[in-house]
Design a protein around this ligand. Structure first.
Ligand code: PRX
Length: 566
């Protein structure tokens, strides 16, 4: 690692911006010499080759298991899984999905798939059948790794490309495309050849939501590792002896870019805790492993604040030296509370599935302004632009945009070039969909989304996907979905619904409709509030006007209604 072992990895922000070059970052990888690349090699096997095979790579625990694995063991287990996939005929470029709760096997599978050059598609374990179907179908996935409990949510008869289901758990009856993970791993060799790739070859496909249409497959390439390595050094501030814990699930981009790639590229010891959130459980996890660098989300920090300083004081959290947050606006009072209770300022970071890695952040090397997302990382330029692409002066709110390109920029939207182009409609810029302003010291301040995308507890939900599920319910004629401001979760999902003939509004019906979305799509996408309306506001072309629904909800003027139906 080309970083100093003491103090912050970045001397001063200004100096870093002046002297920065991505080729210096590239020089830290083995592929600077060989020209060939593989994320799994750089993250795991390279440390073994460098004599660090005995270092702990992964501390895993949930309520049933408590295990640790060295880099050498991670290397062997992922080699085995690479061999399992090869024996099934899976090859470079094939999409291999991973649909399971966090266990060590999730990480072995993901790394093993990368070793053979497959493109990994992580799926959040809460996804139900229609969410799973849409993503596997769109990506034409060839294989999926899952558990007996989740298997019934994979509608095989509708997925002709899906040849193999590899099941980790008890009592797997093999045959007809079903493979027992345990049996296959036991028989596989723990030595495997790495499939060497070009830096523009595929790495990962993360499905995420926009305001229109089904979820889109954001495609990232191997080259993203430049961003992951570098931001692991300057933003996460990782050093040789750190024990790092990112609380995000690998079903979301934070759980891969910063739950897998950045820490392991930097050779850090990585903590993974399975199971549900509870303040006591999470504090106990920090104390147990002596976590030094902790990356979580505003909703969690607000829950810790709600639980009170006393709970925090009953654990020894003195090991923590750096805390970060991502996914939604971080309230200034949470930063102040964190400072008081943890003795550390929580460092906000801003980025998106599409950016693949950190873009605008607070660094240990600079002063945190509570409420600001920070400043662009060296090597990235951000700006506030109007809809024509003119850059706006300080303190003017506009579109938060980034100068193209950067190493971890998404390279396509799977099967949807038109969607991809929308982000780059203003020449030279990537337009994020967020609005923000910049102050006179170059700090960026988040203002909101410019589209209808909902952010509930840091999870990004597309209203269209929820509305599509709602109208499948027999009682629902039409549905419009918005994000309603909420002090704990940032936003909650609220659905406005008009009923079909013969159905009457009732609380039981609300419960039944919410359950229908929860069981068909996913728990985090289910509306927490439902309001029945005789009629929903629509444009003359029949599109439900979510903007008007939002104005109703917030008691605001509805704006231009010239396109409304009547
Ligand atoms: O609106 C912004 C919000 O989350 C969106 C990206 O969501 P997703 O692709 O799921 O990625 C989340 C984790 C990288 C952004 O468009 N967001 C992300 N970080 C912040 C944020 N909003 C405010 N402050 C942040 N730090």
């Amino acid at each position: 690692m080309a970083v100093t072992a003491t103090g912050s990895n970045m001397k001063s922000y200004e100096e870093a911006v002046d002297t920065f070059s991505w080729s210096d970052v590239e020089a830290q990888f083995s592929w600077a010499r060989t020209g060939k690349v593989n994320m799994a090699y750089e993250a795991i096997d390279r440390h073994v080759a460098d004599g660090k095979g005995d270092k702990i790579a992964l501390h895993f625990s949930n309520n049933e298991r408590d295990e640790s694995y060295t880099f050498a063991e991670m290397s062997k287990q992922s080699n085995k899984f690479a061999n399992v996939l090869r024996s099934l005929g899976i090859a470079k470029g094939d999409r291999v999905f991973i649909f399971m709760p966090r266990t060590p096997e999730l990480y072995f599978s993901l790394l093993g798939a990368l070793k053979i050059g497959a493109v990994v598609g992580p799926l959040f374990e809460a996804f139900m059948e229609s969410a799973v179907r849409d993503r596997l179908k769109d990506s034409e996935a060839a294989a999926i790794v899952t558990t007996p409990a989740l298997m019934s949510r994979i509608p095989r008869s509708e997925l002709p490309d899906l040849k193999h289901i590899i099941v980790f758990g008890e009592g797997v009856a093999e045959g007809e495309g079903l493979v027992d993970y345990g049996r296959a791993m036991a028989e596989a060799s723990d030595e495997a050849d790495i499939t060497w790739l070009d830096r523009e070859d595929g790495l990962i496909l993360h499905y995420t939501s926009g305001s229109t249409g089904k979820p889109k497959g954001v495609f990232h390439v191997q080259n993203a590792m430049l961003q992951h390595l570098y931001t692991g050094q300057i933003v996460l501030d990782l050093k040789e002896d750190d024990v790092y814990w990112c609380t995000a699930d690998p079903g979301w981009v934070t759980g891969t870019s910063y739950g897998i790639f950045a820490p392991w590229l930097n050779g850090a010891t990585n903590v993974v805790r399975g199971g549900r959130f509870s303040p006591q459980d999470w504090y106990a996890t920090i104390a147990k492993y002596k976590v030094t660098v902790w990356y979580s989300a505003p909703t969690a920090f607000r829950m810790f604040m709600g639980a009170g300083a006393e709970v925090a004081k009953s654990f020894d959290l003195s090991c923590l030296r750096h805390i970060l947050s991502v996914g939604e606006p971080l309230n200034p009072e949470v930063v102040r509370w964190g400072h008081k209770v943890y003795g550390q300022r929580i460092h906000d970071t801003w980025w998106m599935t599409e950016t693949g890695g950190h873009m605008i952040c607070n660094y240990p090397a600079m002063e945190v302004k509570p409420g600001s997302m920070g400043r662009p990382i060296p090597g990235v330029q951000a700006g506030i632009i109007d809809d024509q692409g003119n850059e706006l002066p300080a303190f003017r709110m506009g579109n938060l945009a980034l100068r193209t390109p950067w190493p971890s920029m998404m390279r396509k939207i799977w099967n949807n070039p038109a969607k991809y182009e929308e982000y780059f409609r203003i020449p030279g810029w990537y337009v994020s969909g967020d609005s923000a302003y910049m102050d006179d010291e170059g700090y960026f301040w988040f203002q909101g989304r410019v589209d209808d995308v909902i952010n509930t507890a840091g999870e990004r939900v597309g209203p269209f996907e929820v509305e599509s599920k709602l109208v499948e319910h027999p009682a629902v004629a039409e549905a419009g979905v918005i994000g309603k401001p909420d002090p704990l979760r940032g936003e909650i999902i609220k659905a406005f619904i008009s009923l079909r003939e013969g159905y009457e509004p009732s609380d039981e019906l609300k419960t039944d409709i919410a359950r229908f979305v929860k069981e068909g799509l996913s728990a985090h996408a289910a509306p927490r509030e439902i309001e029945f309306k005789d009629k929903l506001p629509k444009t003359r072309s029949g599109k439900i006007m979510r903007r008007v629904l939002k104005a109703w909800e917030l008691n605001l003027p509805a704006g231009d209604l010239s396109t409304i139906e009547d």
